[in-house]
Design a protein around this ligand. Structure first.
Ligand code: SAM
Length: 216
């Protein structure tokens, strides 16, 4: 394990070189990315790569998202400090830890129980107290706590999960990769009458497995 000071240096470099230099401009997002210790969310064998700008393997054949992607989605969701946010795909808990610094309350759902436990442990180690984690098919959302000001989906859907749209507050934003193979990231914004869709470009994610996908 590297000394904490070295992780801190690598984290600062990640923020400047991989995030700011690539166009992430929201200072709150950059600050949050600079505060979360990503090394707490990866296994001992991945510590040296904790601040590389790439996805890394976690348990159950899943991945912790690339830092740039986490920052991009947070920025795209246009978050405010009073927001209540749902994340679909808790994985390691890293994305939720970043969200926890940006908004009031975070709800995150993971389909694999082993990862739910891991996310809870990692989030506790990172001192996050405003994150709630549950095991469920997140493509159905977490209706008990709806509506949400923003919903971030960290796995690729085949099609737009309407249950998530239904759980958006007025003005709420849903950031979600859609497509098979390569995916397009979309931001859907709930308007008074209907939805606005913004195309945010190409990304690659593991599949969202559940009610709205061919893979169940
Ligand atoms: N946010 C995570 C992190 O920071 O580590 C990244 C998660 S990984 C890219 C995507 C996660 O979505 C996986 O852990 C996978 O098990 C989960 N997932 C896939 N389909 C899901 C579903 N229907 N409901 C909840 N989680 C799902």
């Amino acid at each position: 394990m590297k000394p904490t000071s070295l992780f801190n240096v690598h984290r600062r470099q990640m923020v400047e070189r991989h995030l700011r230099a690539r166009g992430i401009g929201d200072e709150r997002v950059l600050a949050a990315m600079g505060e979360v210790s990503r090394e707490l969310f990866v296994g001992a064998d991945q510590q040296d790569a904790a601040y590389d700008d790439c996805a890394l393997p976690i348990a159950a054949g899943q991945t912790i998202s690339q830092p740039y992607t986490v920052a991009f989605m947070c920025e795209a969701a246009r978050l405010s400090p009073h927001d209540k946010v749902l994340e679909v795909g808790a994985g390691s808990g890293y994305g939720a830890a970043v969200l926890a610094r940006l908004v009031h309350e975070v709800y995150t759902v993971e389909r694999i129980p082993e990862l739910t436990e891991e996310a809870r442990t990692n989030l506790a180690a990172a001192g996050c107290r405003n994150v709630h984690v549950a095991t469920a098919d997140g493509s159905m959302g977490w209706p008990e706590h709806a509506p949400y000001d923003a919903i971030l989906v960290t796995a690729a859907a085949d099609a737009l999960p309407t249950a998530l749209v239904d759980q958006l507050a007025p003005g709420g934003r849903l950031v979600i990769p859609i497509g098979t193979g390569g995916q397009t990231m979309y931001r859907y914004t709930r308007l008074d009458h209907g939805l606005r869709r913004d195309d945010l470009g190409g990304f690659a994610f593991v599949p969202l497995i559940g009610a709205y996908s061919a893979e169940r």
